[in-house]
Design a protein around this ligand. Structure first.
Ligand SMILES: [Zn+2]
Length: 144
């Protein structure tokens, strides 16, 4: 939960709680936030430097969010490393892995995509490979 200090056009200031900052943005942009004093929907966010309060028992959630960010960064780093040190063979991954396994081509580091059937076939041939999730780029622009 996240709290924002808000203010209506009658200068009533109040604190409102939201699931997260995105929930706030959504309700804010749709004009769903109402002043508890006069019912006005003309709400603005106070330019307070401490607009976000995390209450005690929720700090763990916040820490979790930070850990997620760090994990995502590490994943991006790992992916960059893999991108730099492996050859992208795309959909030919299974074929290339097989060729290397049977000495048709030289051993090298490759990355690519494989279908479930191809993965099964690789496993049956005793070929080791790892799958890593590709980090999803966060969308920073909010439209309009
Ligand atoms: Zn008001």
């Amino acid at each position: 939960m996240i709290a924002f200090d808000l203010c209506c056009n009658q200068d009533h200031t109040f604190e409102a709680w939201f699931q997260d900052s995105e929930a706030f943005q959504e309700q804010f942009s749709k004009g769903l936030i109402e002043c508890p004093f006069c019912g006005s929907h003309h709400i603005s966010k106070l330019p307070s430097p401490v607009a976000v309060h995390i209450k005690g028992k929720h700090t763990r959630k916040q820490a979790g969010a930070q850990t997620e960010d760090v994990a995502l960064e590490l994943l991006e780093e790992a992916y960059k490393f893999i991108e730099k040190h492996t050859e992208d063979v795309g959909a030919a991954f299974a074929e290339e892995a097989l060729k290397m396994h049977y000495g048709v081509t030289e051993q090298r580091s490759i990355r690519g995509v494989a279908t479930e059937a191809e993965e099964k076939m690789l496993e049956e041939n005793g070929i080791k490979f790892s799958k890593i999730p590709v980090p999803i780029k966060k969308h920073k622009s909010k439209g309009h």
